[in-house]
Design a protein around this ligand. Sequence first.
Ligand SMILES: C[S@@+](CC[C@H](N)C(=O)[O-])C[C@H]1O[C@@H](n2cnc3c(N)ncnc32)[C@H](O)[C@@H]1O
Length: 264
Amino acid sequence: MNTALFTLYLGVFKRIARTAALSPFDAQERHRLGELYALYSPPAPSSDLPEDPYKLPKTDILELAHLDKNLLLEGVNECGFGHVTEFEVKVISQLVNQLQPRRIFEIGTFQGRTTLNMALNSPADAQIVTLDLPPSELSQTQMQIEKTEEMYVKKAESGERFKGHPLASKITQVFGDSATYDYSPYHHQMDLVFIDGSHAYEYVLSDTENALRLVRKGGTILWHDYTNWEGVRRALNDYYQSGNPVFRNLRHIGGTSIAVLTVS
Ligand SMILES: C[S@@+](CC[C@H](N)C(=O)[O-])C[C@H]1O[C@@H](n2cnc3c(N)ncnc32)[C@H](O)[C@@H]1O
């Protein structure tokens, strides 16, 4: 090895040895090492990404139910504004088929499409109570409902999907404002409560408090529109983030806008 090469190797070796031995104690060297490390470290995640607005942990229908391909379904594809989606009506029907609830309370009847499909998949002796706001009471509600949901209240008929149906005997239709309705005859009786009335934040809170009084221990509450309406999302996020143990198991059913809670 010639002298020049030897001197070069020695220089490099000394530099490495000095860096390893002394840098941790020398502020200037530490700074230089930090800069070198930063050159090779992966870029920090961009803080420009919007924050995920959905705070509920996810579950899915495969975790919640053994899928039954022989569900009884009616009017799945006859839907539009104001209805749960085609997939959601199947998810709700699967849950009803799995849970076999004998007492169901629905807040927000609309045409009664979900009511009918719950009747089709619940036990033969199940009873469903479905509550709707009559158009005549739209201007007297306890709290303000959203302007954009008034059209679902102002309809010629409520519950037409189950009227005259052989399973209509399983369904009791009641009318009133969900915030002032007297639920006391049904307190702690319900195996399943489906909340799909007004989507205004204050209404979702009020309907949830009433649902908690309606449901029996071990019963289930479903909310529609967690991902579609700001009021529902905010109310459920607030409940989940409140630390209240009642809502610890509140979950969003992936692929749907439905949230689910088993009340312990
Ligand atoms: C989106 S629709 C319900 C859809 C229905 N659950 C389904 O799955 O097909 C909302 C319903 O809630 C009712 N509603 C709105 N505000 C209400 C209130 N304050 N009290 C009771 N029902 C209300 C409306 O009249 C309407 O029928």
